[in-house]
Every structure is written in C-alpha cells, then in structure tokens.
Design a protein around this ligand. Structure first.
Ligand code: HEM
Length: 199
C-alpha cells in the first residue's frame, strides 16, 4: 500500500487531516469505480452496487468485530442486496477480508470516517441515479438516511484537533480502507461494450 501522504498540519482538525491525507486515494477510487461500473445504465448501476457490496461486507465485519459500538456505522450491505434484488441481480461474494491489524481508537475512527463520509458522495450519486433512471431505479443504499445521521454525529467528533498519534492512526486506517476499495474496483470484470459498438 502507498504510504499515507501526510501534508496536513498537525494543528488542523482531524477531518481536514484525513481529507488531505486521502485526497489522492479518493480521486483514484472515484475514477476506478467510474471505469469499472459507473451508473449510466441499469446494468452499470447493478455492477456499481455489486462492487459496493463486495467491498463493504468485510469492512462492516471488521468494524463490528473491533470498533466500539459508537463507531459502528449503520450496516449497508443489506440495503445494497435489496437494491440488487430489485434490479434482478444476484449478490456477489464478499471481497477478501480487510486485513488491517486493529490498533488504537484512532484507527477505528479513520475507518468509520471513510464509510460514513462516502454518504456525501452517495447523496450526489443518488441524484444522478434518480435522473438517469427516471425515478425507477432502487436507491435505498445511496439514499440512506441513517448513514447521513451517523455522519452528522461523527462530524462533531472529528472537527476538532486530534493529537498526533490519533491523527496518524486514523489516516493509516483510512488509507487502508481506500486501498481495499480500490483493489475491489480494479479487479472487477471489465464493463462490456454496448451492443453494436465498433471494435
Ligand atoms: C464512486 C464514485 C465516488 C464519487 C463520485 C464520490 C464523490 C464524492 C464527493 C462529491 C464528495 C464530497 C462531498 C461534499 O463535500 O459535499 C465525497 C466525499 C467523500 N467520499 Fe466519495 N465519492 C465516490 C466514492 C467513494 C467511495 C467508494 C468512498 C469510500 C470507500 C468514498 C469516501 C468519501 C469520503 C471519506 C469523503 C469525505 C468526507 C468528508 O468530507 O469528510 N467516496 N465523495
């Protein structure tokens, strides 16, 4: 895994630190997910949900096993399975286990931040899915009110200055979560060309 970029000032708040440390990883993941699936057609969207399910299942298990209860983001895999079923697609097998050795509380905070913060991007994607699918595509995962509520609670805890070791542990775990997602997106089967496309 690439080393965590540590450009944030030690004096900045934990959220700014995490965003700065993982900005490049987020951009890479966004591009990889758009390349591996996107959500321009119903089948693309089903592939996007399948990737999300495969990646999130081991992360949810990891947090449930290692994090204190107040750092368990609401589980979303059941919602993704529900959306996949509504689209007529099966639930894929989970990705390999998330292998980060559990450390201090800061680590759990970093991992929970990635899952919860992704609700911000999901909210934007939900608006696109609503428009492209003409309101017919299921979006219980993308529109998950409980995750947004968890996110608001988490914000209060990370929008303050953290000590250096907590900030470092949180950034390390957040980077590992992004790397886990990226591996899933990069190993997804290629998106088939639309019927009739020139070879
Ligand atoms: C699939 C394509 C994705 C797109 C288009 C996308 C888009 C976005 C956008 C627009 C924001 C900023 C929202 C705002 O500031 O109001 C954001 C933030 C974020 N996203 Fe994504 N995202 C994607 C995938 C992901 C994934 C898969 C994850 C997690 C594994 C993730 C984790 C985050 C995090 C942690 C934040 C920052 C939260 C904060 O501001 O503290 N994103 N994303």
């Amino acid at each position: 895994m690439a080393p965590v970029k540590d450009t944030a000032e030690a004096s900045s708040d934990l959220r700014s630190h995490l965003r700065a440390a993982t900005m490049a990883a987020h951009d890479l993941l966004d591009a990889a997910m758009q390349a591996a699936s996107g959500w321009q057609t119903r089948d693309d969207y089903a592939r996007f949900l399948a990737l999300q399910h495969a990646a999130r299942a081991p992360l949810e298990d990891w947090l449930a096993a290692h994090a204190p209860a107040d750092l368990h983001p609401p589980r979303q895999t059941a919602l993704i399975a529900q959306d996949l079923a509504a689209l007529g697609h099966p639930v894929p097998p989970p990705a390999a286990a998330f292998a980060l050795a559990p450390g201090a509380r800061g680590d759990m905070l970093g991992a929970a931040w990635v899952l919860a913060g992704s609700a911000l991007g999901n909210r934007a994607i939900a608006r696109q899915v609503q428009r492209i699918g003409g309101g017919d595509w299921p979006a219980t995962f993308l529109d998950h009110g409980a995750m947004l509520a968890f996110w608001q609670g988490l914000r209060e805890r990370i929008e303050h200055r953290a000590d250096a070791s907590e900030a470092q542990g949180a950034a390390r775990a957040a980077a590992a979560v992004f790397a886990h997602f990226l591996a899933v997106a990069e190993h997804a089967p290629p998106v088939p060309a639309p019927a009739g496309a020139a070879l």
